[in-house]
Design a protein around this ligand. Structure first.
Ligand SMILES: [Zn+2]
Length: 367
């Protein structure tokens, strides 16, 4: 992965957490001391427990019960705070910031070695909740949305994702880096200020492990990359393609699970943002915002969505991984949400009420 050239400005919050400023050309961050009387962070904030039935790790992070819940706008922890006594961002203004989550599900990946125990070794197996949870604020404006960011600003977010991916992937005991955004109260967002999160997990997440196993089996059987073949098949079929640029393609997948689901692939194989060229990074920011703007034109109110960046490293188990973004929404009409009920929640067997082709046709029209 190539190193990121634009280095962020580094700052420390009152309890020792790191705060990074990513700035547009000509902007110079002017942070002030964080004067809040924050309690010191404890060690081993959360615990991993192994579920032998599914062979999956579960993070138990009880401290998150007390996290900030729907604060008033004047107490928003992501709005800049020039006085240094209210905000997580003690500065008069900023473009994009990243800081360690005050209520992390995973923590402690600050360079110390960590080896995940064998969860299936017998009996109940637990481990410290090793990893890293960061918050990324996309804008200092409380009412902004990612879709409406000016292109250079959206590209700055992409650069911040790239920087964090490179940093966290290089830390001992981190196996997977996940940049994502949850947008909308309908999916449980507790802060309306436009922001996302970045997780560094000490294991491959279940969906990623499953997809990589499928890709390895596909490579053995067909001699080609699964994700590249899916992209080529979607482009050849065409009925679910929403947008295709020089560098990226957005489509509703053939077997979409969600009422609105779009996958966004670079047109050539890369494993993560660090392997994209400057032109491709610009192209990514442009098509990503294009998809989000289409989402917001679907209904009278902005679409609640989850955006998930699937990134991989060049290692034995992740070699077949093809960087892409999966976006999904639970909204199935102007007034109805899809709830994950018995079949989905209990059996992971999705039943969709709409055809992927009809959703794609709708999103194509909303350019
Ligand atoms: Zn705010």
């Amino acid at each position: 992965m190539t190193a990121v050239t634009n280095q962020p400005t580094r700052w420390r919050l009152a309890d020792g957490r790191e705060l990074l400023f990513f700035s547009l050309p000509g902007h110079e961050p002017a942070p002030v001391p964080d004067l809040r009387p924050l309690p010191p962070r404890g060690e081993r904030l959360s615990q991993l427990r192994f579920d032998r039935q599914t062979q999956q790790w579960v993070a138990v992070a009880a401290l998150r019960q007390d996290r900030t819940y729907k604060p008033n706008a004047d107490q928003c922890p992501l709005c800049p705070g020039a006085s240094g006594d209210v905000s997580e961002v003690p500065a008069p203004d900023y473009d994009v910031v990243v800081f360690e989550n005050r209520f992390p599900s995973l923590s402690g990946a600050d360079g110390r070695a960590f080896t995940l125990p064998d969860g299936d070794g017998g009996g109940f197996v637990d481990a410290p909740g090793h990893g890293r949870c960061e918050v990324i604020s996309f804008s200092s404006s409380h009412t902004a949305s990612f879709a409406d960011l000016a292109l250079p600003h959206a590209r700055l977010v992409v650069d911040a994702w790239r920087d964090r991916t490179h940093d966290l992937m290089g830390r001992p005991g981190i196996e997977q880096v996940f940049c994502f955004e949850n947008r909308g109260e309908e999916i449980g967002v507790t802060l309306t200020h436009p922001h996302g999160q970045i997780y560094g997990y000490p294991y491959l997440t279940p969906r990623t492990a499953h997809m990589l196993a499928a890709a390895r089996a596909h490579a053995e059987r067909h001699g080609s990359n699964l994700f590249a073949d899916i992209l080529a098949d979607e482009v050849a079929d065409g009925s679910r393609v929403i947008a295709r640029t020089e560098s990226f393609t957005a489509f509703v997948p053939f077997a979409a699970r969600w009422p609105v689901e779009v996958h966004l692939y670079p047109n050539r194989f890369v494993r993560n943002l660090g392997e994209l060229t400057e032109a491709e990074l610009d192209g990514f920011a442009a098509v990503y915002c294009d998809v989000l703007r289409r989402f917001d034109r679907m209904y009278p109110t902005p679409l609640p969505y989850i955006s998930a960046l699937h990134q991989y490293r060049d290692s034995e188990s992740q070699r077949e991984g093809y960087f892409h973004v999966e976006l999904m929404s639970v909204r199935r009409s102007a007034t109805k949400l899809k709830f994950l009920a018995g079949s989905e929640s209990a059996m992971d067997a999705f039943i969709s009420d709409v055809t992927p082709e009809s959703v794609a046709a709708r999103l194509r029209e909303l350019a």
